[in-house]
Each structure stands twice: as C-alpha cells, then as structure tokens.
Design a protein around this ligand. Structure first.
Ligand code: UTP
Length: 225
C-alpha cells in the first residue's frame, strides 16, 4: 500500500517534544516502510500557536504569522527525521513532487507546512491525493471523529465509520464556531472528499501501534469515499 501519515504537532510536541513517542513512531514507521511506500506530514502544535500568538504583538499580517507556523512545523519534522535516521530523506520536503521523487529512492519523505493559508492537515490530504495513496492516517489529539466536540459535550459519540461527505459536514460545523478547531480542518476534509481518499482518524494511543492500525486494528474513525 501507499500510505500518508499526518501526525499532529499537538501529539508529537504537546508542551515540549515527546521524545519517547517520537521514538515509538519512528520505530513503527520504519517497520511499516519495509512492506509499504510511506510519506509523513508533521504539524506545529502548541509551540507554533505560542509563536504565532507572540507575533500578534508586532504584526497583524496573518500570512506572515503563517510563515512562522510553517517554520515550527519544519523544526518538528527535523526531529522525526533525526529519529528515523537513515530511513528518512535528510531534508524537510516542501514539494509534493519532491516527496514522490524521494519515495522512488526508497527513503521516507517528511514534510511540514508548505504555503500560508492552511494547516498541515490540508498538506497531508493534498499529498495523499497527489501520490494517489491508498490510505491517509491522521493522528490527532482526539481519538477519532465525534458527532460533536467531546471536550465540550460529555455525551458526544465517536463515529466508527463515516463518508467523506459526513467528514466535510462535521468539519464545517466545528470550523464555523468561534475559536473552534475541529478534529480535521474543513479545507483538509474538502481535499479528502475531492481526492476520494480512504482516511483513518486515530488518537495518540492507537498511534503507538501504527503497524496494527494500518491492518484495521484501531479504535478511531474510518472515513470512506
Ligand atoms: P498546524 O498544521 O500544526 O496547525 O500548523 P494546527 O491546526 O494547530 O494543528 P496541530 O495542533 O499541529 O494538530 C500550524 C500553523 O502553521 C501555519 C498555520 O498558521 C497553522 O495554524 N501553516 C501550517 C501554514 O500556514 N501552512 C501550512 O502548510 C502549514
């Protein structure tokens, strides 16, 4: 299979880099890469948000702040590259075609952000579309897609299986609320729908065993076109 992994910054670098988790993920990815073609996108997490908030004191320029976020995602990507050692291409990849080229060399391409105006979820969805991946695995700080925000609604129900249309609907609902950030951002959901990408949304605990996750053993949400 060809698989794209989208690892949220909040999972990899919650307050500071989770070294143990990065090591576990690197081990799982290495094992998976023996039988599958894989690419990885890494997010910015809390550190990106802190830098962006700090920059608000000096500038109103959102695009400028996005560039700051992109730099942080790339610093996180460098950490994963370090953990993957010679399995990873040693530079952070910033172009989908380069990611493809790196995969032909049997190395794992690691991407962070690319351009201002979206998040790394959107990057991962576009990469999966570009590579015609069989599966996109989104690792986030919620353990799946819920019918409402589980951090606010104790009665929220986790959905085992949804369509890409339902994902778009749910992502749009949470996006429209002030300060609301859904489990998958709305633009990424749109790209997943457009690319008809089979997607798994899982949490950090499942991610510790990505090897089983790709075989279907997980407690997250399967999104099917
Ligand atoms: P993230 O993808 O980490 O955003 O990018 P996030 O929604 O906070 O995701 P988690 O917490 O990691 O799961 C951080 C910031 O970097 C900029 C945006 O400002 C984004 O909010 N960014 C990232 C871009 O402008 N373009 C990109 O391609 C990626």
């Amino acid at each position: 299979m060809k698989i794209v992994f989208d690892i949220g910054g909040s999972v990899l670098v919650p307050d500071k880099p989770d070294v143990g988790f990065i090591e576990e993920i690197a081990y799982q990815l290495t094992k998976i890469s023996e039988d599958h073609e894989i690419a990885v996108v890494v997010g910015g997490g809390k550190i990106a948000r802190e830098y962006i908030n700090a920059a608000r004191a000096f500038t109103q320029n959102e695009t400028f702040k996005d560039y700051i976020g992109i730099h942080i995602t790339r610093a996180n990507a460098m950490l994963l590259i370090a953990a993957l050692r010679e399995k990873a291409y040693p530079f952070v990849v910033s172009d989908f075609r380069k990611a493809w080229e790196v995969m032909q060399l049997k190395k794992i391409p690691i991407m962070g952000g690319t351009h201002p105006g979206h998040t790394t979820d959107a990057v991962a969805a576009l990469l999966a579309e570009y590579l015609q991946a069989d599966l996109l695995v989104i690792v986030t700080n919620v353990d799946g897609v819920y019918d409402s925000d589980p951090r606010k609604n104790p009665n929220a129900k986790k959905l085992e299986k949804i369509s890409t249309e339902q994902l778009v609907e749910i992502a749009m609902q949470s996006e429209s609320k002030a300060g609301g950030s859904g489990v998958v951002d709305a633009l990424a959901a749109k790209f997943i729908q457009r690319g008809k990408i089979r997607t798994l949304v899982i949490g950090k605990e499942d991610a510790r065993n990505l090897f089983d996750v790709i075989k279907g053993k997980h407690s997250g949400t399967l999104v099917e076109p």
